[in-house]
Design a protein around this ligand. Structure first.
Ligand code: DGY
Length: 381
């Protein structure tokens, strides 16, 4: 494989920052160069290996913006710290690819990019829901293959969403946004499974229900469900929005797929390994009325054997956050994280990211996931 290509911006900058893939927009680069950074950007599309990243870090580096496709292990953070680095940001809201404890152990703050993906990702989950439930991709292929010979009463019959039950697993920012879209857009009843109650979501649905009832429409409900089994059995649509960790790996397995309605829709725009993908392939083969919409895959970019042959599965290449606004916003937040840390500004926790997206950048790192742990680490507690 030929060596990866790199572009250097602001070569005389006094702080050396490595960016392991080209990022969209230009605000992120202005933020870094305004912080006197020399910015080295890998312009190849193929993912860098750990050895290639370590090689690029060399013996002097101040910070890195890395990708969810890279394994940021404790060993890599030790290499980064030995090169003098003080900052790392993932170009993603999810950070299951990052050993945060390993970073904390060597005193490196880890940034992520929350708040700018919420609606865009939820919108893609909605798009996948409709594509799967109304068989859009299958019908599109049918048209392109010249198989449409005239209107038929039962051609590509799919599901009606209005008034049905939608279940979300993980009612954080993105899950709740998806839930609201399905409730408001399609008057669905919402059930959710989460370790914590989402009172704001429950109140929102209750107020919305009162609003539509006052106009003579049927009420809608929102309920937190105690077990995942109960949620799966109740839901016509299940959308996964939980983080990936040991407790959610293969959360949806053969047994739980069997507990779902035979014509349910399963959507995953979080992380691939939350579904046992081989079990999903087997389930979709034996349940042709069951449909799935997947943005993420267990062994990304590979798919489990048989998945691509299934007509009842819609598959897209991890693009749920791929709107221009969101991807540029993610770049801005990742750069602001790194630039702020290198300038010694305070570390924020991602609750207020909008001021970073236009105008003057606040003197703070917008979202650092181990800010509290770093403080304890520095105090030696
Ligand atoms: C994330 O940010 O975690 C998404 O998976 C990619 O945008």
């Amino acid at each position: 494989m030929p060596p990866h290509a790199w572009t250097v911006h602001n070569p005389t900058g006094s702080r050396r920052v490595i960016v392991t893939k080209e990022l969209p927009g230009s605000r992120w680069l202005h933020i870094l160069t305004a912080a006197d950074c020399r910015v080295e950007v890998c312009t190849s599309d193929t993912a860098l290996t750990v050895d290639e990243i370590a090689g690029q870090i060399g013996d002097s580096c101040d910070g890195v913006i890395g990708q969810l496709t890279e394994d940021w292990s404790a060993e890599l953070f030790a290499i980064l710290a030995a090169a003098g680095a003080k900052a790392y940001s993932n170009y993603a809201v999810g950070y299951n690819n990052v050993d945060v404890n390993g970073a904390t152990a060597v005193g490196i703050p880890v940034g992520n990019t929350p708040g700018v993906l919420t609606e865009t990702t939820a919108e893609m989950a909605v798009a996948l829901t409709f594509s799967a439930g109304r068989r859009i991709c299958e019908a599109d292929r049918f048209m392109r293959d010249g198989k449409y010979h005239g209107w038929l009463p039962s051609l590509f019959m799919g599901k009606r969403f209005h008034g049905e039950t939608v279940g979300i697993v993980g009612a954080g920012r993105i899950g709740a946004a998806y839930g609201r879209m399905m409730v408001e857009g399609h008057k669905m009843n919402l059930v959710y499974f989460d370790l914590y109650p989402n009172e704001a979501l429950e109140q929102y649905v209750s107020a919305y229900s009162a609003f539509i009832q006052a106009r003579g429409e049927e009420p809608v409900t929102c309920r937190r469900i105690a077990t995942i089994e109960e949620l799966l059995a109740l839901s016509d649509i299940v959308s996964l929005h939980t983080v990936l960790d040991d407790s959610t790996h293969h959360l949806i397995n053969a047994e739980r797929l069997a507990a779902m309605k035979p014509d349910a829709i399963l959507i995953n725009s979080s992380r691939g390994p939350i579904i046992d993908e081989a079990a999903l392939v087997a389930h979709c083969r034996t349940h042709p009325q069951f449909t799935a919409g997947l943005d993420v895959f267990e062994d990304e970019p590979a798919m489990k054997p048989g998945l691509a042959d299934l007509e009842n599965v819609v598959i897209v290449p991890h693009i749920a956050s791929a709107s221009k606004w969101t991807r540029e916003g993610m770049a801005t937040l990742a750069a602001a994280n790194v630039a702020a840390i290198l300038q010694g500004y305070p570390l924020w926790s991602g609750d207020d990211v909008l001021p970073f997206l236009s105008g003057d950048v606040p003197q703070a790192a917008p979202s650092i996931v181990n800010a509290v742990e770093l403080e304890l680490h520095e105090k030696g507690t």
